[in-house]
Design a protein around this ligand. Structure first.
Ligand SMILES: [Zn+2]
Length: 135
C-alpha cells in the first residue's frame, strides 16, 4: 500500500515545524464512534483538516488545504486593484475632535475622517514589502 505523504501543519506557530514533519500514524486520526469520519489532526496543535468519509479523502483534503493557497489570496489582497479599492475604500475611519459649534457645549465633537485610498495603498505596500511580496 502506498504511503501518502502528509504535508506539514499549515500553522506557522505549530511545534511540528521544529522537526519539520507531521508524524504519520494512527494517532493523527480521529475515529468518532458513531460514523466513519476521518480527518487529519495535527498532533502538536489544535489544527484539524476537513472531515472526510475515507482516510484517502482526509489526506487529500489536508494536503490540498496545506498547500497554502492563502498566500496567493494574501498577495491579491495586498495588491492595489479595482477589487481591493472597492473592498477597502471607506472601510477605515478615525475620529478627529473639533470644538463644538454649539456655544453652550464645551465638549469637543468627534468628526469621522475616512482613511484615503492613497494611505490604504501605502499600508498595503508596507505590509507586502515586509512579507516579501512586493513586486
Ligand atoms: Zn500543528
Amino acid at each position: 500500500m502506498d504511503k501518502v505523504t502528509l504535508l506539514p501543519c499549515p500553522n506557522p506557530w505549530c511545534g511540528s515545524h521544529d522537526d519539520d514533519a507531521v508524524p504519520e500514524g494512527e494517532d493523527i486520526w480521529q475515529h468518532p464512534a458513531l460514523s466513519p469520519v476521518y480527518r487529519v489532526q495535527c498532533p502538536y496543535c489544535p489544527v484539524k483538516g476537513p472531515t472526510a468519509s475515507t482516510e484517502q479523502q482526509a489526506i487529500t483534503a489536508w494536503n490540498t488545504r496545506a498547500t497554502a493557497p492563502d498566500s496567493e489570496k494574501l498577495r491579491e489582497a495586498l495588491t492595489p486593484s479595482g477589487d481591493t479599492k472597492a473592498a477597502y475604500s471607506g472601510e477605515f475611519k478615525f475620529d478627529v475632535m473639533f470644538p463644538s459649534l454649539d456655544e453652550d457645549d464645551d465638549e469637543p465633537v468627534p468628526h469621522p475622517v475616512t482613511v484615503p485610498w492613497d494611505t490604504i495603498k501605502e499600508i498595503m505596500a508596507a505590509i507586502a514589502s515586509r512579507a516579501g511580496a512586493s513586486s
